[in-house]
Structure formats: C-alpha cells, structure tokens
Design a protein around this ligand. Structure first.
Ligand SMILES: CC(C)(COP(=O)(O)OP(=O)(O)OC[C@H]1O[C@@H](n2cnc3c(N)ncnc32)[C@H](O)[C@@H]1OP(=O)(O)O)[C@@H](O)C(=O)NCCC(=O)NCCS
Length: 217
C-alpha cells in the first residue's frame, strides 16, 4: 500500500466486539475514522465515532478516497467476514491492515493487505501473514510461520516455528501448535488445545493432545 494511503479516511465494517477493538486501536494510532456500519442504520456512536448506516452506506464513498477495515470477527471459517471482504474488493474498495502499536513484528515479516494484528502479538522472522487474516491479542508466531488468507489466530495462541495455517482456518484462544505442523484449510483448533500433528482440512480438533471431534459439513 502506498504510504500516502495511510492518510485516507477509514470505515469500519461492523459494530460488534472485534469492530470495537479495531476502532479503539485505530483511534490510538491516530487514524481518521469516518464511521462504522451496522446491520441497520442507527444513531449509535462508538468511542465518539458515528454509525454511517448499513453496509450499503459504504457504496456512497469513492473507493479511491476511503479505506475499509473488516470489523467482522470469526470463529472457524466464518463466511460473513470472507463475504464482506470479497464483496467490497470486487467493487474496487481496499482493506487496510491494522497493526497495534504494541505488536512486535520483525522487519522481514510479510504482512498482506487487510491483515489485523492486535495488541501484544509477536511475529518473528520469516513469517508471512496473508490477506484478511487476524493475529489476535497476544498471539505469537515464531519463525517462518505461514498464515494463509482469511485465517484467524485467536487471542493468546502460540505457534512454534514453521507452522502453516491454511486458508480460513481458526486456531483457538490459548492453543499451542508445535513446530512444523500444518493446519488444513478451514480446520478449527479448539481453545486451549495442544496440537502435535497435522490437522486435515475442515477437521475440528480439541484437547491435550489435540484429537479430532468431527469434520465440518
Ligand atoms: C472447538 C470448538 C469450535 C467446538 O465447538 P462445537 O463444534 O460447537 O463443539 P461442542 O461445544 O458441541 O463440543 C463438542 C465436544 O467437544 C468438547 N470441546 C469443545 N471445545 C473444546 C475445547 N476447546 N477443549 C476441549 N474440549 C472441547 C465439548 O466439551 C464436547 O464434549 P462432549 O461431546 O464430551 O460433551 C469450540 O469449542 C472452540 O474451542 N472454539 C474456539 C473459540 C475461540 O477460539 N474463541 C476466540 C474468539 S476471538
């Protein structure tokens, strides 16, 4: 993203818990937030920022003059977060990445467009975080982890070196994944799990050590 883009005003999509954390982060970073959207237009104000209407209200803004922030959180392959992203990108809008000032990210890590890195996260050398993924509060990625598109590493999760998290996968809050493990696309690692071996695509694993409970339909 060109550095001049960081001066563009922002619109946050959504008004739930994840959106509010993003709003407070953006305000702390000194970014100019025009407003947020809700399912229905309302008079609601969050942290001094007004609701601009429902998601269609975004379309009244020129895609060249505004950047979006995806405030829809996700557990598992939450299709709404993905749908919002694809729908606005297909209309030429761009999602800015949001990086909390307390996150620790080494200079050679690659952070793609629309990625959100929350307070206290740590991202070590050689990591790549692809489009629209969330590295949530206090999560840690050790060296050479790859996080595919639309994935979510939830608060406090710890990935050892060279872990690969597939597209739309979810690593639950406080989970630990040992080195070199591959979490398949759309898989879910339950909160607090300890993952010692690869997780197949769409598989849900829980516990210590992590075991499959089912495969998503
Ligand atoms: C793994 C998870 C997705 C399972 O959800 P679910 O499919 O609705 O599963 P259920 O709640 O029906 O539980 C199924 C079984 O797995 C167990 N289980 C569920 N989650 C578990 C977990 N994290 N650790 C250990 N066991 C778990 C349940 O106790 C239940 O066991 P039982 O059949 O013996 O009663 C969910 O519990 C979870 O951990 N989500 C991650 C939450 C998270 O990361 N939040 C962060 C948001 S920012």
């Amino acid at each position: 993203m060109p550095s001049s883009d960081t001066n563009l005003p922002l619109i946050v999509i959504g008004a739930g818990g994840h959106a509010r954390v993003l709003l407070s982060t953006l305000l702390q970073l000194g970014r100019h937030v025009v407003g947020f959207t809700e399912l229905e237009a309302s008079e609601k104000v969050l942290l001094g920022i007004p609701c601009i209407g429902n998601d269609d209200a975004v379309l009244t803004y020129d895609p060249q003059r505004v950047l979006l922030v995806n405030g829809i959180g996700s557990v598992g392959s939450d299709s709404k977060r993905l749908r919002i992203y694809d729908s606005f990108v297909s209309r030429s809008y761009r999602f800015t990445s949001v990086i909390h000032s307390s996150a620790c990210i080494v200079s050679d890590a690659r952070i793609d467009e629309g990625v959100q890195i929350m307070a206290g996260a740590i991202i070590q050398t050689g990591c790549v975080v692809h489009e629209n993924s969330i590295i949530n509060t206090g999560a840690q990625l050790d060296h050479d982890c790859i996080i595919d598109v639309h994935a979510h590493v939830a608060p406090g999760a710890v990935l050892s070196g060279s872990v690969h998290v597939g597209a739309r996968a979810h690593v639950g809050a406080g989970a630990t994944v040992i080195q070199g493990v591959h979490i398949g696309a759309e898989a879910i690692v339950g909160a607090g799990a300890v993952v010692l071996s690869d997780v197949p695509p769409s598989c849900i694993v829980v516990g210590v050590p992590a075991r499959p409970i089912r495969v998503k339909a």
